[in-house]
Design a protein around this ligand. Structure first.
Ligand code: HEC
Length: 158
């Protein structure tokens, strides 16, 4: 929908402005970038989202499944702080591009770093949630998606 609108807007701008006008020059890269983001999100939903949903959403989204020990007062405070910090950095609630201050490229870079270095989910969480660590196959899927996405965004900066 958003892409279709942008394409239509781009065409309208092209028809309205004279060739080579600054309006058209600005509209084209923005539309290309928007299209790339839409394609990356479709790719994300098919390949990566189920992994993040299972292993990351408890902290990086509005869809936390609280553990039974959440009721313990001190523990509850720790969990809430974790979720607050996690969502401040990267919120996966609305798919890609993620809600974040950093922007899509920086988010993809950060994802690559934490997956390669095995930093997420945090160790403490993994101790309490068996099998929550990323398996090798899952890491591969995420990293390949990151590479495809960064490549797709490569030439689209306006
Ligand atoms: C127990 C809660 C928790 C879970 C589960 C969790 N994270 Fe995190 N994550 C955090 C917190 C807290 C931070 C921010 C503080 C830090 O960097 O340690 C963070 C930071 C990050 C960052 C860094 C963002 C930046 O701007 O540098 C990325 C990327 C990330 N997490 C990805 C993931 C992925 C991918 C998963 C699932 C495989 C995941 N996280 C699961 C709590 C969590």
């Amino acid at each position: 929908m958003a892409a279709a609108f942008l394409i239509a807007a781009g065409l309208a701008a092209a028809a309205w402005a004279h060739e080579g006008s600054s309006h058209v020059q600005a509209a084209r890269p923005a539309a290309a970038r928007q299209q790339a983001l839409v394609r990356i999100n479709a790719d994300y939903q098919a390949a990566v989202k189920p992994i993040f949903q299972a292993k990351c959403w408890d902290c990086h989204s509005a869809h936390t499944r609280y553990p039974f020990y959440y009721r313990v007062p001190g523990v509850r405070w720790l969990i809430e702080r974790d979720i607050r910090q996690a969502r401040k950095h990267l919120d996966m609630s609305q798919d890609f591009p993620f809600l974040s201050h950093a922007g899509p490229e920086k988010d993809l870079d950060a994802l690559r770093d934490v997956v390669q270095d095995d930093e997420m989910p945090p160790l403490l969480y993994r101790l309490g949630h068996w099998r929550s660590g990323l398996r090798e196959g899952e890491k591969k899927v995420i990293l390949q998606w990151v590479e495809r996405s960064l490549k797709a965004l490569g030439g689209t900066k306006g």
